[in-house]
Design a protein around this ligand. Structure first.
Ligand code: 5GP
Length: 133
C-alpha cells in the first residue's frame, strides 16, 4: 500500500483540503508556499498517464475545484499545477498558489510551518471547497 493510500484512508494523518468518493486533497508536508496542496486518486496508481481517460478527466476536474478553493483562500496570480511523481509512486497533482513563476521551482527551499499553521491553511481551503458546486 502506498503512503498516499494510507493518507487517503486516514491510516496516516494529513491536513485535509478536499475530498470526494474518488479523490482526496491534502497539504504537501514540505510546502513550497502556503497552500501547496497535493491531489490524489484514492485508487492506487503510480503513473498519472496510466489512468484511463475518463478517470483522468474526473481527476483534473476535481483538481480544478481544489485550485479554485485554494485561490479563494490564498489570493494569488494563478494556481500552478505540476506533476512530478519522482518521490512517491502514487499519482498526484501539485497545486501551488503562485505570485510569480519562481514559486513553481521545486528546487526552492521549502517553507517550514507549524502544525497549527498547517491546520489553519487546510481548514481555510476546505471551507472554500465546500462552497463550490
Ligand atoms: P514527487 O513524488 O511529486 O516528486 O514528490 C512527492 C511530494 O509529496 C513532495 O512534495 C513531498 O513533500 C510530499 N510528501 C511526501 N511524503 C508525504 C507525506 O507523508 N505527507 C504529505 N502530506 N506529503 C508528503
Amino acid at each position: 500500500m502506498s503512503i498516499f493510500t494510507k493518507i487517503a484512508e486516514g491510516e496516516i494523518p494529513s491536513y485535509k483540503c478536499a475530498e470526494n468518493d474518488e479523490f482526496y486533497a491534502f497539504l504537501d508536508i514540505n510546502p513550497l508556499v502556503k497552500g501547496h496542496t497535493l491531489v490524489i486518486p484514492r485508487r492506487e496508481v503510480d503513473y498519472i498517464f496510466d489512468m484511463e481517460d475518463d478517470e483522468l478527466a474526473r481527476f483534473e476536474v476535481f483538481a480544478k475545484k481544489v485550485a479554485i478553493a485554494i485561490k479563494s483562500a490564498f489570493p494569488c496570480v494563478k494556481v500552478g499545477q505540476a506533476v512530478l511523481g519522482l518521490e512517491v509512486p502514487h499519482a498526484h497533482i501539485h497545486l501551488v498558489p503562485m505570485q510569480s513563476e519562481k514559486d513553481m521551482n521545486f528546487a526552492n527551499p521549502k517553507i517550514g510551518l507549524s502544525s497549527e499553521e498547517m491546520q489553519a491553511i487546510a481548514d481555510r481551503i476546505y471551507q472554500e471547497f465546500l462552497k463550490i458546486k
